[in-house]
Design a protein around this ligand. Structure first.
Ligand SMILES: [Zn+2]
Length: 412
């Protein structure tokens, strides 16, 4: 059942939209600023108290599993429509590229790419368990998609040592792990990051990443997990909300009722509110219920209220669906906004357990700045991790301009 938007916020939104429209129509001045994005949620949009009140208002709209299911179905439709994914673009051939893998201590790394739209490349790294017998068993491994948050767009975030450790330690545990670039980050430079369709493009890339993982002969498609921190956490909750193939999710330092990160890729399209609905990231996280989910939160960012505000809301939904134990919160009050060792430790333990992998041995050694189970992982250079370089350029049919990418995304 749609919820009536808060009148003051709705008025503010439409005023902003109309101002933006007026600015767009008054294009006489060639140096006019682009119209402001009316959907962006800033740090000033909601107070913490307003956010908590919003959750109470949402909670009052349903009282049982059937009521929640109806609301959840409506929210999923609004998210897909708001992300310009209704209807979904056609599932065109992925045409994957997989470079030769490098073998390390208990795992391997390959540089990979696939086309989420014809000529639009998603770039990443594929970490695989080293086969014990030298031959990989078909459909033997669960798979995990890893998405990242913001940093230096030119350098990219995918090569960060913490992410290499996260992916490699999960691969050594027995999972096939795919980490992909955000749009406009690292190698993924066919479209700029801060754009009005960044959220939709990234959600579509995530959905196609699941298609890609399902297509791998060694992946058990019934065991797909996903984790990401900050903007990667946003991608995690959005994809888990709309795609039931995400069986286990671990959004890290992101799920907050009062702030959604502030970037166009997180709230730049109408997935949180519109003329006839309103939701927030705590409720979007609840859309994963009853599938297992771990919320990792900290005292040093906008997830500081999670144990008191967001987690109880999410857990109520899981309880209505008969699965209160399937959702958990690890709160680290003295920590800040990152995917550091203690967060990786919690996330990896949860993913291992919920995806049917053996638990980490208590005595697993940790490197000086890492988590248990991360000793002996090889940190590769940025250059080594790239799919495309002067010797292996983007294929000739790659879309050459942002306008071409926009047209491909809009094509149905
Ligand atoms: Zn962003």
């Amino acid at each position: 059942m749609p919820v009536r938007p808060t009148p003051s916020i709705t008025r503010r939104l439409y005023r902003a939209a109309i101002t933006g429209l007026a600015a767009a129509l008054a294009m006489n001045a060639p140096a006019a600023e682009p119209a402001p994005n009316p959907w962006l949620v800033s740090r000033d949009t909601y107070t913490e108290a307003q956010a908590a009140e919003n959750l109470q208002r949402f909670a009052a709209t349903y009282a049982d599993a059937a009521g929640w299911t109806a609301r959840a179905d409506s929210l999923r439709r609004h998210i897909l429509a708001g992300a310009q994914l209704e209807p979904l673009p056609p599932r065109t051939p992925l045409r994957p590229i997989e470079r030769p893998a490098r073998t390390h201590d208990g795992y391997s790394v390959a540089n990979v790419a696939f086309e989420s739209l014809p000529g639009f490349f998603v770039t990443g790294n594929l970490y695989r368990p080293a086969p014990a017998s030298g031959v990989s068993t078909p459909r033997a491994h669960p798979a995990i998609l890893v998405t990242h948050g913001h940093g230096d767009p030119a350098a990219g975030v995918r090569p960060a040592p913490g992410y290499q450790r996260l992916c490699a330690s999960l691969a050594r545990a027995g999972a096939v792990v795919l980490m992909i670039d955000m749009v406009g980050y690292g190698e993924a430079q066919q479209f700029p990051h801060k754009s009005d369709i960044a959220l939709g493009l990234q959600l579509w890339n995530g959905l196609r990443a699941l298609d890609y993982l399902e297509s791998l002969p060694d992946v058990d498609a019934s065991r797909l997990g996903m984790t990401g921190q900050s903007g990667g956490g946003t991608q995690t909750i959005l994809l888990a909300a709309v795609d039931p193939r995400v069986r286990v999710s671990v959004p890290v330092t992101m799920v907050s009722a009062h702030f959604y990160g502030g970037c166009a890729c997180e709230s730049g399209m109408p997935v949180h509110r519109g003329p006839d609905f309103e939701t927030n990231n705590a409720e979007i996280a609840a859309l994963a219920a009853p599938r297992p989910q771990l919320l990792v939160s900290v005292g040093g960012d906008w997830t500081k209220n999670t144990p008191a505000v967001e987690f109880p809301y999410v857990q109520r939904v899981y309880t209505l669906l008969g699965a209160p134990q399937a959702v958990a919160n690890v709160h680290l009050p003295d920590e800040r906004h990152d995917y550091g060792p203690s967060k990786r430790r919690a996330a990896v333990a949860f993913l291992r357990r919920e995806l049917g992998l053996p638990p980490l041995a208590d005595e697993a050694p940790a490197p000086a700045d890492g988590a248990p189970g991360e000793a002996g992982i090889t940190i590769e250079s940025r250059e080594t991790l790239m799919v495309f370089d002067p010797a292996h350029p983007l294929p000739g049919h790659a879309l050459a301009t942002p306008e071409a990418v926009r047209a491909a995304f809009a094509r149905r």
